[in-house]
Design a protein around this ligand. Structure first.
Ligand SMILES: Cc1cc2nc3c(=O)[nH]c(=O)nc-3n(C[C@H](O)[C@H](O)[C@H](O)COP(=O)(O)OP(=O)(O)OC[C@H]3O[C@@H](n4cnc5c(N)ncnc54)[C@H](O)[C@@H]3O)c2cc1C
Ligand SMILES: *[C@@H]1O[C@H](CO)[C@@H](O)[C@H](O)[C@H]1NC(C)=O
Ligand SMILES: *[C@@H]1O[C@H](CO)[C@@H](O)[C@H](O)[C@H]1NC(C)=O
Ligand SMILES: *[C@@H]1O[C@H](CO)[C@@H](O)[C@H](O)[C@H]1NC(C)=O
Ligand SMILES: *[C@@H]1O[C@H](CO)[C@@H](O)[C@H](O)[C@H]1NC(C)=O
Ligand SMILES: *[C@@H]1O[C@H](CO)[C@@H](O)[C@H](O)[C@H]1NC(C)=O
Ligand SMILES: *[C@@H]1O[C@H](CO)[C@@H](O)[C@H](O)[C@H]1NC(C)=O
Ligand SMILES: *[C@@H]1O[C@H](CO)[C@@H](O)[C@H](O)[C@H]1NC(C)=O
Length: 585
């Protein structure tokens, strides 16, 4: 890495400030407790500014109890929770503890709900002015702020105890145009969406407009919320690049409450950062504009393969790995999910192949070589086989997402190189992961293709995306009955065991790269793992737009200066400057 004179100067001046000045605002200081330091009349004044849209927040279990109960269908519906329960997180273990472990407020035991990790109040924003008022209020009172669009976050970044929340679910607009003007330049066909609009609804609107765009596979994930800031992968990313690669412009309320237009010409450093530099660290996105394409038909082929043991499943995954390049020509994508219903169940592989712009016969032919060899493995059976050809927008449309579960995740981007030169390591890695008690090994063939062809797009997308082929995600769930010891065991499964199995497969002894949106909240080297060599530049942009750290999230840019809860900033002495800062000097 070369010496960047701007950064070197910048860091030198920080050192200078740390040495000469007593703690300035935000340095070596804690935020004020929202409940104890803000008076009733101050809250009430905020409430009038936002036209009565300030609401109290409680954990979802407590909300249900107060209401006289939630049905199983309501409890587990992301749409129900999003519409009705401001405090709800999909992974509801994060409503309870910032690290997701140590549940206190259970669906059928609400005795300890007062100790939960949910905000005190939420501004249920309906206008940009509401967002600005909430940002200014949090800044003026020195309290913790969180931003939530859907509450899907796998790292618990959209909830925090004793905080003020801004909830963006009401920003549901989508405007399709054929000639989007970005700083007076016509950049063509695009859609501008609000962060309240979920993927499922956006797919349906795109279909009606005769367009497609890079969107994830979920009903309620906010495309203009956390999704795009992490990078955003899709069934179409091998065809068109990541969501961040397709983002043209953002409207963002920054830490001082100003509404900024963020694109290549205007606030271009923030434009660079917000595309891949991590969710929740830059300001409040009130809209995002993405490139759109003329729609076309594709085929989804869903196959389920039964196995009889961990070894048979590992052999099947070894075969799968040796066929992963079969899908290159059409830039088709695939989800390959190896899952066990419980620790004693037999692994089942579900393959969702999304054959881009391919007909049914073409898709059958694409899968045939793998299928033939898979069925030749003793113990492997094909238990279901469904094929649908339709408008691409229909293929991963989900009416709802499963919610209200206890879940911790961990992941790595698997380099293409592993599939080219270390393919024999893949089956054994699956065997190890299964033997460790991993229930969900979720493979996503969403890199390569246009993702790999886009390295020259200047953005904060982790460079590991450009050399990866697969995003491999472990989902480690537990049930409400689990003891704290059992939860701790699950929480450390990733850091202590699963990661080593993946490193054995990739041959990586460094931290590797991971997709920050679908990852572990406990990583030993979060800056490198989630941001790679972009971290120092991200940090300097963060310092420019959010010097006081209003937007601090777990594992986000700048969070290395804060305690895990994001409530106290470490004193700015040379001892706590990260190694990255020194590398620049
Ligand atoms: C069922 C399911 C399916 C998924 N499928 C995919 C997929 O196909 N591809 C993929 O790439 N990812 C996928 N994800 C991961 C998804 O990208 C992340 O969960 C992402 O964080 C969701 O963003 P959100 O805004 O909807 O969630 P939230 O929990 O509301 O927020 C997540 C983060 O973004 C910040 N944030 C939210 N809104 C804003 C805003 N308006 N302005 C600024 N910051 C904001 C929050 O502060 C938080 O840090 C999936 C997740 C789930 C649960
Ligand atoms: C905010 O004002 C509205 C309307 O006056 C009221 O219904 C609501 O309870 C108030 N919120 C809080 C937290 O007091
Ligand atoms: C989007 O919706 C929000 C909330 O309804 C509204 O305040 C905002 O003005 C809308 N934006 C556009 C560009 O239509
Ligand atoms: C584990 O899952 C299998 C397959 O779904 C099921 O038959 C079995 O009853 C489950 N066992 C336990 C202990 O839940
Ligand atoms: C889809 O395939 C047709 C026929 O092969 C081709 O003409 C068209 O350009 C393709 N569309 C896309 C979006 O790849
Ligand atoms: C797309 O698929 C639909 C079936 O869902 C079919 O009716 C339609 O003719 C197809 N369009 C093209 C252009 O092949
Ligand atoms: C990226 O830019 C470099 C330097 O300009 C060039 O050599 C390289 O070919 C480009 N790569 C791609 C994939 O366009
Ligand atoms: C409810 O709590 C009891 C113990 O109090 C536990 O056995 C049961 O599994 C819980 N049910 C659910 C759905 O969590």
């Amino acid at each position: 890495m070369g010496v960047d004179p701007f950064n070197a100067l910048h860091v030198a001046s920080l050192l200078f400030a740390a040495l000469l000045l007593s703690p300035v605002a935000g340095a070596g200081a804690c935020r004020k407790p929202a409940a104890a330091s803000v008076s009733k009349s101050q809250w009430s004044s905020l409430n009038s500014t936002v036209n009565g849209r300030l609401v109290s927040v409680v954990p979802s279990a407590f909300w249900c109890q107060q209401r006289g109960g939630c049905t199983d269908a309501e409890w587990s519906s992301a749409r129900f929770r999003l519409s009705n329960i401001p405090g709800a997180m999909d992974s509801y273990n994060y409503e309870q503890a910032y690290d997701g472990v140590g549940v206190v407020c259970l669906r059928n035991n609400t005795a300890n709900c007062a100790k939960s990790n949910v905000p005190l109040y939420s501004v249920e924003a309906q206008t940009v002015a509401d967002v600005q008022a909430a940002v200014k209020f949090a800044a003026a009172h020195g309290i913790r702020l969180v931003v939530k669009s859907s509450g899907h976050d796998f790292l618990g970044r959209s909830t925090a105890a004793d905080s003020l929340m801004i909830r963006m679910k009401n920003f549901r607009n989508a405007t399709f145009v054929n000639n989007f003007e970005c700083g007076s330049i016509d950049v063509g066909s695009a859609v501008t969406v609000g962060p309240g609009l979920g993927s499922g609804d956006l797919y349906q609107l795109a279909k009606a407009a005769g367009k497609v765009l890079v969107v994830g596979s979920a009903s309620t994930v906010a495309v203009a919320g956390g999704y795009v800031q992490g990078g955003g992968h899709s069934i179409l990313s091998r065809k068109f690049g990541l969501a961040a690669d397709n983002a043209i412009q953002f409207q963002v309320v920054d830490a001082s409450g100003h509404l900024l237009t963020v694109n290549r010409q205007s606030n271009s450093d923030l434009f660079w950062a917000i595309r891949g530099g991590g969710a929740g660290s830059w300001g409040v996105i009130v809209s995002a504009t993405f490139r759109t394409y003329e729609t076309f038909n594709s085929t989804i082929f869903v196959q389920t393969y039964g196995t009889t043991s961990h070894q048979v499943a590992a052999d099947l995954m070894q075969l799968h790995a040796s066929h992963i390049f079969d899908y290159e020509a059409s830039r088709s994508s695939q989800y390959f999910f190896l899952q066990k219903a419980n620790l004693t169940a037999i692994p089942i592989l579900t393959l969702y192949t999304i054959a881009i712009n391919q007909t049914t016969p073409q898709t059958t032919a694409l899968l045939a070589p793998f299928q033939r060899k898979a069925l030749a493995i003793s113990g492997v059976t094909l238990t279901s086989n469904v094929q649908v050809t339709s408008d691409t927008n229909d293929l991963v449309f989900f009416a709802d997402d499963i919610s209200g579960i206890d879940l911790i995740t961990g992941s790595r981007l698997i380099p293409k190189e592993t599939y080219q030169h270390r393919v024999s390591k893949i089956g054994p890695a699956y065997k190890t992961l299964l033997d460790l008690g991993t229930l969900n090994i979720l493979g996503h063939l969403v890199a390569g293709g246009q993702v790999a062809a886009n390295p020259n797009i200047s953005s904060a997308v982790h460079p590991g995306w450009r050399t990866a082929l697969v995003h491999l995600l472990m989902e480690n769930p537990w049930t409400d009955g689990a003891t704290i010891d059992e939860q701790n065991h699950i929480a450390t499964l990733w850091t202590d065991k699963q990661l080593a199995a993946i490193q054995e497969m990739t041959g990586d002894d460094g931290p590797g790269a991971a997709y920050s949106n679908e990852a572990a909240q406990v990583e030993k080297h979060p800056e490198e793992t989630f941001f790679g060599h972009n971290y120092p530049k991200l940090k300097s942009i963060k310092e420019k737009y959010d010097p006081k750290g209003l937007f601090i999230v777990r594992n986000g840019v700048g969070s290395d200066e804060w305690n895990a809860q994001g409530t106290c900033r470490f004193p700015r002495t040379s001892a706590v400057l990260s190694s990255h800062d020194f590398m620049l000097l």
